[in-house]
Design a protein. Sequence first.
Lengths: 572, 120, 735
Amino acid sequence: MLLALILIPLLTAAVVPLAPKRSVGQVALLGTLVALALAAYLTLGRDWSGPDAGRDLAVSAPWMPELGLVFKLGTDGLSMSLVALTALLGPICVACSFTAVTQRVRTYYGWLLVLQAAMTGVFLARDMILFYVFFEFTLVPMFVLISLYGSTNRKAAAVKFFLYTFTGSVIALAGIVYAAWFNANRVDAADPVAKALVAASPDLVLGRWTFDLASLQAAASRFMSAETQWWVFLALLCGFAVKVPLVPVHTWLPLAHTEAPTAGSVVLAGVLLKLGTYGLLKIAIGLCPAGAMAWAPTIGLLCLLGIVGAGLICWVQTDVKKLVAYSSVAHLGFCVLGLFAFNDAGVQGSVLYMINHGLSTGALFLCIGMIYERYHTRSMREIGGLAARMPIWATFMVFFTMASVGLPGLNGFVSEFLCLLGAFQAGDVWRSHPLTVGGTGGNLGPYVAAIAGTGMIIAAMYLLYMLGHVVFGPLREPHHDEHHSASGGAHDAEPRLPADLTAREIGVLAPLAVLCLVLGVYPKPLMRMVDPGVKEVIAAVEGARTQRPATRPVAEGDAGAAPALATQEAAR
Amino acid sequence: MIGGTLVTLLAQGPIPADMGGVTLAHYLVVSAVMFVLGLVGFMVRRNLIIMFLCTELMFQAAGIALIAFSRFHMNHTGQTFVIFVLTVAAAEAAMALALVVLLFRRKETLDGAAWRELKG
Amino acid sequence: MTHLLSHLASVALAASPPAEGAARAAAPVLGRVVEGPWTAVLIPGLPLLAAVLVALCAAGRVRSKLPAWITVGCLAGAFAAAVQTYLAVVHQPGLAQGVRVLEWIHLSWGEKPGQSFAADFGLYLDSLTMLWMLFVTGLATLIALYASEYMAHDLGAGYNRFYFAFALFVFSMSCLVMGDNLILLYLGWEGVGLCSYLLIGYFYKKPSAVAAAKKAFIMNRIGDLGLALGIMLTFVQFGSVRYAEIFEAAAPYLTLAGEGRIGEIPLLIQLIPVLFTVGAFGKSAQLPLYVWLPDAMEGPTPVSALIHAATMVTAGVYLVARFLPLYQCSTWALPIVAWTGAGTALLAATIGMAQFDIKRIMAYSTVSQLGYMFAGLGVLTSAGAAYHVFTHAFFKATLFLGCGAVMHGFAGQLDLRKLSGVAFMKGWGIVGLAMLVGCLNLAGFPFTAGFFSKDMILAEAFASPTYQALGWVLLFTAGLTAYYTFRVFFRVFIGPKFYEPGDELHAHDDHGHGHGGAHGHGDGHGHAPAKAKATADAAHDFHPHAPGWAINVVMVLLTVGSILAAYPYLISWVPGLIDASSARVIEVAHGGEHAHGTFFGYDPHAVMYYVSAIVGAVGIIFAFVLHFVGRTGAATAKADALLPVFGPLARWAQNKWYVDEFYNFLVRVPLLVISHVLHLADKLLVDGLVDLAGFMPQAAGRGLRRQQTGALNGYAFGMVLGVGVIAAIGAVLLW
């Protein structure tokens, strides 16, 4: 079943080059719809709330046994929800490209499908190397999509995207390999703790070479010293933070988003960024909970920088797409902030944020893409007041903007509020107030939440600024539109689009709108679905917190100072 | 090449009880001299064929050293290795000379300096 | 309405003796909730249904008045349900009633209190809730009916959009008021903000309307941040966001507050109401966040009447009233509320005196009256504040709808210098009369509802020894209010007949306007406005468009409502309005020396009637002399002669004390500069470093490229050199 989720897009990608040029899109759509149907069946057809839900779906086959590599796929509610998001965006990305992409369609849809397969693989992989392979393999299709089908500055954007994220993840690979080496060489299988672990779950491979996710997490979180964890976490962070992206390693994102074709932006915002947060959540924190705890204040600070800084940057953009791209940086700041609160509200909110951001920001990119198709510009100086010309589009635009602003009743609110609440609760400051019942302790706290909360105001500022310019106000349209499409040879083949949305475009946006509303009003099923995965992460961190209360990791605040002092002491 | 073969032949057979004062060092000196000759020739000369022959000279110098050590340590690996080197060198010579002929046809000269396409 | 009020009276008379002090029912048990009537679900449900149906109309491109009738019908149903529920609630005093509808956000990470987070779509019904819902649904029904005619020029997409946002607003407002937890309140809070945004920006082609909508939303968001932080702090402190559980968990603190031992309450608990206050000030347009409300008048007038005068802006008052027990636990919260309210009341009144746009005057008077309500809460007459909300809702809606009728009839004209004697024109009698009643209420003319409700607040302020100064501020403001209210009435509605049509602000698109696409001259005054030249070639002259039946019916009903709003006071039922709810004031034991403020030695409660009546009368007389006596035209009045006396003050007040400019200069511009700096830093510094990292290998490669000469000998030489260097290093190391 899980394998089929990866294979269906891959096989479709193999069939696409054989299809006649006219029906390439339909074939791709069919393939993604089949994948969506399967994902929907898996997601909706079973109860994911139990701790072992989805275990029966796991697939495992020897891959390179001498290296301890296993082709292992598995899932839980958390992974499955992201797989479902990926599968949902699949047909939407295909359908939104029917008129936008008219050249080299076979290559286009082929790579789009490969990309979907790779992203699905990331969420399902349960072997670290397999995870890494899928993780890196997403770069190739995305590189092709940006560099072949992007707009004017696409080459530079594609190269920067590829090299930047690649550099990060190579460092992450070092971290993964170190963890495996640690398990093989530093963990004694005869150790009573290890024996107890294996007795509890016989799948674990301790003390031998393996890249099995669960085994490495068990080994590293139990046996690795806090300081080592700090370093391993740093290595993983290099890979994942670039992908998220956290400030200051975010600069590839606006460029890539702006230059990518619409479907590329949708996938980028919808799923690719989530690979970073998912990696932090599922891999990094589970592997080095103590390291994660030590890094939490720093990451919290970076998130605040992202929320406030990137938010303010959005406010002075003139390129609509760039504005939404920067808003992703700000939004993902909330997401990561909730994650590093390490409490139920925060992590739960963070996971919901991944999905909600994928829906609402993906939809915003779709809306902007529809404008770009019609006017061939993204500049707010050239277009404006489009509500008069395109009322249906304007309705969708306002709706998704409101979802993005975090209006209660729509999906964005639930996740944003929970992230903030989690951050608010996660302060050691509550320990000094004995009558406080809802504080969980942690490294963030109410001040962090308050500063992050200004992000809500800033989000309203820049998103309404966008609405006020693009949707409302006096109508402004570029004058050269007509002969632009007439003179540019590339556009000759393009079918003329009507002023307002076509039925196909409404069909692309409507499912997202419905989901935004449903998840805003009735998020309960989704929350129940991801709950076991969330609890797992929190348990890992709690374990590290209780296990080693004495060894506070050296990293906090004065990372350099503490060891330096220690050596000075030793020298005397 | 003949020199190399001779050395190989000399090294065969049972160890003479008395090598008449010819020690390992003698062989190595011969080897070193040959190598340096080849090296200097390669760097100084510009004729492609001469340069090629100089490389061969260096090969054989290395061969002599290998065999000498092999004999000295009573370990046949070195000699085996030299046989391989010779075989490869033979094949290489055939290829290289053919290449030289082709290059000559292109520019009607054997001057190595005529070929600088790799200049960065 | 009458049915309700008579029932009210019977309940009041049956349940309690008429004396005011004794009328109070038993103190409510705040922590307990009993199952409420299911009909309560209809109150938010029917407006939601209306919104959905209107959305379907929009999808079906309906171009008739169908959306209006759907909305009016559903809202009327909601009003009926509200009446029914009110009766059910009033019959069970002391207990809040709860109705659960749908599970929303549930999280749990342990068994102990504070280890689970639950926010549902659930209703919390007590007298405070139902008081609000009564006037919200009632006024919404009437105003929807009014708007069916008012918006008729925009039949089609715009009409559908209007009614969708309208119905959604009522739904959001019901969530805000009826929700049983803070998160649902927050949903309503932001929901009404959204609807307000959509409706202020209804004429979306006008840049000023778009800017006003944006300003309203952002200003509200600033307040919302305070509210959100307050909610989080509440959760962390009390372990729940449900009202019933919050009050239960807060019980020990309430006891402390009741014993006057506020100092022993932890500071964090005291901080909660302060944070709520920030939210309340944003939504209810108080200092320093009030600037959005006057601008919000860019929206269609029915919207201004419903949202920006009668209902939404009272949400802040509701919030404070709902959490009054917590406010009483805080040392600073109530003084902040009281003084900010009084300050806003005064400031807005001074601005209102100097404006010429009648709708803006009404907007500033709304801000000012909201200030009164907060002051009332601050001086602990929650009943007075709630009653003022109630009366204000009626008379301010009347005033706004009257202004709206004028605007509608005179092609968007709102300038009081260009209209005069409207009440005497044909077909305008009802509007004129309604305006008179509304103005009398607002001015606090004796025996009007506004008089009684304002008196309660004034009297309580003077009765509190610490708030004497505040009482004087409010009293002075009352005089100013009477003046600027009647300034409008005397100039626009009576006096010599004159008019000059506006530039048709609200015919915003291609649909054309039913009655006034063309502009012309005033009737016989020969006063040709310059503006009209643009359309002077239009064949026919402009004729004022007298209001039709829908507007007149609504005006009559609202006028009657404004008058009858005095009824609860006359039967001493005012405390009963909110007594059985958390808005009931906790009696603080003063330990013997119960200080009671006096007004020059008299009991303020007794003497305030006369004092405020005199102050109001003085204001009205000033307006009469300055703006009516001897006035022959519309443009000028005697008051203009007084302007030099005030020097620059009048101009400053007319320019709203430059608060907008001040904010722009102090907040917006610096933020904009910071944003640009950040953007540049991001592009040049952060991304520059990345590019530098990419550039370095490139540069290194370019440098090393020279080594590649292409000459074979050169490579050989390089190799030898390299081997030599390695050998040399090896030799040195081995040594």
